[in-house]
Design a protein around this ligand. Structure first.
Ligand code: HEM
Length: 202
């Protein structure tokens, strides 16, 4: 079985939890909510999460480009006994890089809302300024909402592909993105990682 390296697995799951929390707070406590004092706490937490997500996403892009990546299942469809690549797997080729891009853009556009509204000074420099009456007077707010819908669709495809491989094809897909028990020898070539038991793979 081929899998991602432990530090990348850590970055992946940490990002997943933080993105889930940022979405949850954004949808449950920020969208369609008046900009009064009760909004300060969820908005402050949302901003901290969003900035952490931005750094994590940049770290993931760098780590991913430096490390070898595990053999991707659909690059060798014949080895699974099927010639035709399922649509979900075809989509994954494009969805995976788009997940990085849209997560990155989401955080950058969030910062584009925060800068003209002085949110960083309000939350982290003790500014007495109050929140704007409505964030929608700034174009970046509409972009943040639109991107959040697109990011949700991408995450939905990502989860569906996991469910398909894990439960319908019975491939223990999650093992690729989880920690390995005990030490297992790995063989790495540029751009790829193979475990010893997978030596026959190209
Ligand atoms: C990947 C990271 C982020 C995610 C997933 C995310 C998610 C969301 C979501 C789902 C909403 C509600 C959108 C809607 O329903 O229209 C929202 C609103 C908002 N987010 Fe983010 N966000 C992220 C990063 C950031 C960052 C970095 C900032 C600021 C530094 C930020 C500031 C805001 C603000 C100001 C709002 C609008 C609140 C309002 O209209 O009352 N977000 N975010």
């Amino acid at each position: 079985m081929t899998r991602y390296r432990p530090y990348y697995v850590t970055l992946h799951w940490l990002s997943a939890v933080l993105v889930f929390l940022a979405f949850f707070i954004g949808l449950a406590s920020l969208a369609n909510t008046p900009n009064d004092d009760a909004k300060l706490l969820p908005l402050g937490v949302h901003i901290v999460l969003g900035v952490l997500i931005l750094f994590l996403t940049m770290a993931r892009i760098v780590v991913r480009s430096l490390m070898g990546k595990p053999v991707y299942r659909i690059e060798h469809p014949a080895s699974t006994g099927r010639k035709k690549i399922p649509l979900l797997d075809l989509l994954s080729r494009y969805v995976q890089p788009l997940l990085y891009l849209f997560t990155f853009l989401m955080a950058v556009v969030g910062i584009a809302i925060a800068l003209p509204t002085d949110l960083f000074s309000i939350f982290f420099a003790g500014s007495e300024k109050s929140l704007p009456v409505d964030f929608y007077i700034y174009p970046a707010r509409a972009w943040h909402g639109t991107l959040s819908l697109l990011l949700m669709l991408l995450i939905g495809q990502h989860i569906l592909a996991f469910v398909y491989h894990q439960f319908l094809r019975g491939e223990n897909f999650i093992a690729r993105m989880w920690f390995q028990r005990g030490k297992q020898q790995e063989r790495t070539i540029p751009g790829k990682i193979f475990h010893e038991e997978n030596k026959s793979a190209p």
